[in-house]
Design a protein around this ligand. Structure first.
Ligand code: C2E
Ligand code: MG
Ligand code: MG
Length: 431
């Protein structure tokens, strides 16, 4: 049954359109976190009409914009009713037509202000297909919404033909993975490979992930292993009327059990945490295959962003690294970390290889850097592998000052000749 624009318009005017809410849950803890507003047409006889039967018609004209703003306002009213309970953010679907709408972000901000609601409680969903052909305007549109304090989600990702190249440039907060990507119940090897890649891609671009249309335990299990952040689907809850959603929210605040994330996390998120600690101390980590003269580097430039890898030929990396060293340290650096020497050390039974040099930073200042190679093994390859951890050491002048202070203190206490002791101290501290 397809309705005409006039029928839909009068349904809107008669208040027959309303919002249902489908909750979204934390993938690991199964706790309620947010919801999506989905429009429904409740006819006078009580029949509930799915958006499938009227949204496509409404999208042919600006009628869709009226509907979307109407639903957004309903979502605000629902959020206000949550004032006495934890307010879970609500995402609202906005048609591609809004990309051309003047002052969209200001209008949304004014709506939230009218209801005295904090902006992070509203998320704007824009479907993936809206991107095609709208690239130039879309970027500005999304930036203006985010600058106004709202979150933006790309809906139905994977359902159309959008290119990864383009998505990578979209500054969205959330990627909603379309249910069509789960259609083989995550049991098909190829389906799993595609999903794993999408989640890795999204997380590396610092986007949150929501899987839509999750219906089975198998899907949930697999999505957990991909570190998917939120789940929306019939397995947990169907879209429901406002009253039901509000009572669900009420119930959820009562059973907000603290969960130990360490007991539930997947192996990959445990490694993520571990890497965070490693990067705290070692801003540069290099994986080297000495047998193949290749490397893979992870550099950590600030603690809020994750690693950015680069890969290449190991000999060239050392050549480049040598140039950044203090002229007096170049020869020893190049010699120590030549592949020939590292392999020879490995064959002699060395477990590590260590060197302190002075390296020129981007700011033109030399800093002491300790470079340590740890030989490691891979179960699936006989190649000689090493992991290099590079650490910035305290300033040499600081260390020298500390050594002089220690020397003075010791002389005051012992009064004897400390030259031999101090020589050992200096050697150990490499000053
Ligand atoms: P959507 O935004 O991708 O919303 C998700 C759709 O998947 C919803 O369909 C939801 O009921 C359905 N769904 C959720 N979990 C499951 C599941 O486990 N299995 C299956 N098979 N389906 C699930 P719904 O409510 O029929 O909405 C369909 C589409 O209509 C929405 O897709 C959205 O694109 C559009 N829509 C809904 N409300 C609005 C609105 O207010 N404005 C605009 N512009 N579009 C809307
Ligand atoms: Mg949606
Ligand atoms: Mg969707």
């Amino acid at each position: 049954m397809k309705y005409t624009a006039e029928e839909i318009r009068s349904a809107l005017q008669n208040g027959e359109l309303t919002a249902y809410y489908q909750p979204q849950y934390d993938t690991l803890t199964s706790q309620l976190k947010s919801a999506e507003a989905l429009v429904r047409w409740i006819k006078k006889d009580g029949t509930v009409v799915s958006p499938f039967f009227f949204i496509p018609v409404a999208e042919e004209s600006d009628l869709i914009m009226e509907i979307d703003w109407y639903v957004a306002e309903l979502a605000c009213k629902t959020l206000v009713k949550q004032n006495v309970m934890p307010q879970f953010p609500i995402s609202v679907n906005f048609s591609r037509r809004h990309i051309q709408e003047k002052n969209f972000a200001e209008k949304l901000a004014a709506l939230m202000d009218r209801y005295e609601l904090p902006r992070p409680l509203m998320e704007v969903e824009i479907t993936e297909s809206a991107m095609v052909g709208n690239e130039a305007n879309l970027l500005d549109w999304i930036v203006s919404i985010r600058n106004a304090g709202f979150s933006v989600a790309i809906d139905d990702f994977g359902s159309g033909l959008s290119s990864l190249q383009f998505v990578k440039d979209i500054p969205a907060d959330v990627l909603k993975i379309d249910k069509s990507l789960l259609s083989h119940n995550c049991e098909d090897e190829k389906e799993r490979i595609v999903l794993e890649s999408i989640f890795t891609f999204a997380h590396r671009l610092h986007m949150k992930t929501v899987a839509e249309g999750v219906e089975t335990k198998e899907q949930l299990g697999f999505l957990r292993s991909c570190d998917c952040i939120r789940i929306q689907g019939y397995l947990f809850a169907r879209p429901m009327p406002e009253a039901d959603y509000l009572s669900l929210c009420r119930g959820h605040c009562a059973v907000d059990e603290p969960t130990d994330i360490l007991q539930m996390q997947s192996a990959s998120s445990a490694i993520q945490l571990l890497m965070e600690a490693v990067f705290r101390r070692y801003p540069l980590v290099i994986f080297t295959n000495l047998s193949r003269n290749s490397y893979y580097m992870m550099a950590y430039d600030d603690f809020t962003r994750t690693s950015c890898p680069s890969a290449g030929i190991f000999d060239e990396l050392i050549e480049h690294g040598t140039e950044t060293m203090h002229p007096d340290d170049r020869a020893v650096f190049a010699e120590t970390f030549s592949r020939q020497n590292i392999i020879a050390q490995y064959k002699n039974g060395a477990k590590t290889l260590r060197l302190i040099t002075r390296q020129l930073g981007d700011d033109g200042i030399y800093r002491r850097v300790e470079t340590v190679d740890y030989f490691v093994r891979s179960g699936s390859s006989p190649d000689i592998l090493a992991i290099t951890l590079c650490e910035n050491l305290p300033d040499e002048t600081d260390t020298q000052a500390a050594v002089s202070a220690i020397e003075a203190d010791l002389k005051a206490i012992c009064g004897s000749n400390l030259d031999a002791v101090m020589e050992v101290v200096r050697k150990r501290l490499n000053t």
